[in-house]
Write a protein of this length. Structure first.
Length: 270
């Protein structure tokens, strides 16, 4: 009965979620840009592309009826252009204000950093696979990969010591989604899918978010789902290199590390 109660609570949190938190280092970088009258659209875009929180909300707003005119928008830069630079600055300012309130709840910076770091690595790896295998638009792959674990925010906010469960899964080489279902009756894929519907993400975002732990997925948007799955699994279990995607990423491992170092330095997170 307790599991049902926890499941219901998490489902409600996923439905009610309005914003996901942002790393303090990224906030400082964004505030510097917003406070500089000489900052450009590209300056802001260069930072926002590395943050799940701001990216997800901008994609959501750009796909609202007011802006989208019935056409799905999946490129972050196009979404920002659709909304407009001045409006984007206002939206980002509001998001950062709400972020400050959200962080006063219970999410630890170290947990948020772990989620951010993994998401960025998966996005970089998935983009490499897209480029090497000539599957889908690499930027499209990057954006959806950045948001693949968005459902974990619901667990961090709704479950005591969820971060410990994540670390246990990493330590024991276990699939976190299996542990989530066993413990709570719901996993971060389902929670993320609810968010994707609520926030009006493009349809394929929802499929990737909901199915990215399914190896050999053959349903709708299978090429997208399988690339994100391959990148995610490689970074979670790098010792299991027994697929063509895994072999590609093994060769590109140093490149992924260098890209992360470049991003960390750019965002002043080191």
């Amino acid at each position: 009965m307790m599991n049902l109660t926890v499941r219901d609570t998490l489902l409600q949190k996923a439905t009610d979620l309005k914003i996901i938190p942002t790393l303090n280092g990224i906030i400082n970088k964004v505030f510097h840009i917003l406070g500089n009258k000489n900052s450009s659209f590209n300056d802001l875009c260069d930072v926002v592309q590395y943050d799940q929180a701001i990216s997800s909300k901008i994609i959501s707003i750009a796909n609202s009826a007011y802006y989208s005119r019935g056409v799905e928008i999946f490129h972050l830069q196009r979404a920002m252009l659709t909304i407009g630079f001045e409006e984007i600055k206002g939206i980002v300012t509001c998001l950062l204000f709400m972020d400050n309130i959200l962080k006063k709840l219970k999410l630890k910076e170290e947990d948020l950093f772990g989620l951010w770091e993994h998401s960025i690595k998966v996005a970089c790896a998935a983009k490499i696979l897209s480029e090497r295998m000539l599957i889908e638009d690499p930027q499209k792959i990057y954006t959806v990969s950045l948001l693949h674990d968005i459902g974990k925010i619901v667990f961090y906010l709704g479950v005591e010591n969820y971060g410990a469960l994540v670390r246990e899964a990493e330590r024991n080489r276990q699939d976190i989604s299996v542990l989530e279902k066993q413990s709570f009756g719901i996993d971060h894929q389902e929670a993320g899918y609810i968010i994707s519907i609520k926030w009006k993400f493009p349809d394929y975002f929802g499929h990737v978010i909901r199915r990215h732990h399914e190896k050999g997925y053959a349903g709708a948007y299978a090429p997208l789902v399988n690339i994100v799955n391959a990148a995610d699994q490689f970074l979670l279990f790098p010792e299991n290199v027994n697929t063509s995607e895994g072999l590609i990423l093994q060769k590109e491992k140093n490149g992924i590390t260098r890209e992360m170092e470049k991003i960390m330095n750019f965002l002043q997170l080191v």
